[in-house]
Design a protein around this ligand. Structure first.
Ligand SMILES: C[S@@+](CC[C@H](N)C(=O)[O-])C[C@H]1O[C@@H](n2cnc3c(N)ncnc32)[C@H](O)[C@@H]1O
Length: 280
């Protein structure tokens, strides 16, 4: 199983979404404004999905915080929020966000969900958006979530969807063809293909294109060490201590195709949300 240090190092040096808004310089207020506007413009379903969860007065643990945009939304919806992230960089950004936005919260901790620093039965809701598909030891993660969640609690997660336009067409077909084209012709299709090209040269093209490598490289940048894509059934299999209440797909996203405005996210969307309860 992959060493967690490599995953921590990647996220600490590539804070989630940072480059999409030009990176954090000195002005945190400006950065958070830009980041939140970008996030909720391109992924507006997140706010609707958060509205569907009753956070009010609930003890909420959020796992994997990134820039803390959803953390702020949960607190603004009345959740008694605690946050856990693997990286000092995310924790420091969250501390600053909470301070400059004047947000009240319970606890903010740097650590791993593989060894969650909380007592048993501590939370009413565990929320984790876009994180657990980056955790190779998912069985241990779900065990820890089941331990810290109250028996009548709720787990809400977002995982990357296997049955999606992004996985089946963009990643499995188009981006592989793009890299093969670059290999064959030397003609660059853009910076991201050039980065793939350099990495592929190290291990050989065929090995690089195998999906058990290529999937990691095509979700959160070419250097991302680990990602997995899921169907709802595969989430159930990886979370044996939980029962699925409902799952739904959101977010049309399949770069290099520009599909964000297209309908059909419920069928072929990239974000698979799952609502689960601890198995009795
Ligand atoms: C893709 S970002 C998602 C952040 C945020 N939830 C969002 O949707 O933008 C993944 C985050 O999860 C954190 N993370 C990865 N593995 C983790 C683990 N085992 N325990 C806690 N946090 C983890 C990373 O440090 C990173 O901040």
């Amino acid at each position: 199983m992959m060493n967690e240090a490599a995953i921590k190092d990647f996220w600490n040096t590539h804070p989630c979404g940072d480059q999409q808004v030009g990176g954090l310089k000195d002005d945190y207020e400006d950065f958070f404004n830009k980041y939140d506007a970008f996030r909720y413009n391109t992924e507006s379903h997140i706010l609707r999905c958060l509205d569907e969860v009753d956070f009010k007065d609930k003890r909420v643990l959020e796992i994997g915080l990134g820039e803390g945009a959803d953390s702020e939304q949960i607190i603004r919806r009345g959740g008694r929020w605690s946050g856990l992230d693997l990286t000092p960089e995310s924790i420091s950004r969250l501390q600053t966000r909470m301070e400059i936005r004047g947000l009240d919260y319970d606890e903010l901790k740097c650590g791993s969900i593989l060894d969650a620093p909380y007592e048993d039965n501590s939370f009413d809701i565990v929320f984790s958006h876009g994180v657990l598909h980056h955790v190779p030891d998912i069985h241990q993660a779900q065990k820890e979530i089941a331990r810290v969640l109250k028996p009548d609690g709720k787990l809400v997660i977002m995982m990357y969807a296997k049955v999606s336009l992004n996985y089946l067409l963009a990643i499995c077909v188009l981006r592989r063809l793009g890299l093969m084209f670059l290999y064959a012709t030397g003609i660059s299709l853009g910076k991201i293909y050039d980065e793939h090209y350099e990495l592929a040269k190290e291990v050989g093209l065929l090995k690089y294109l195998k999906m058990d490598n290529f999937i990691h490289r095509n979700t959160d940048g070419p250097l991302n060490p680990y990602s997995k894509v899921y169907t709802a059934k595969e989430i159930e299999a990886d979370f044996p201590l939980f029962e699925m209440e409902r799952a739904h797909k959101e977010h049309m996203h399949a770069p290099p195709l520009s599909v964000n405005h297209l309908p059909g996210a419920g069928l072929m969307g990239w974000h698979l949300w799952a609502h689960m309860t601890p198995r009795k």
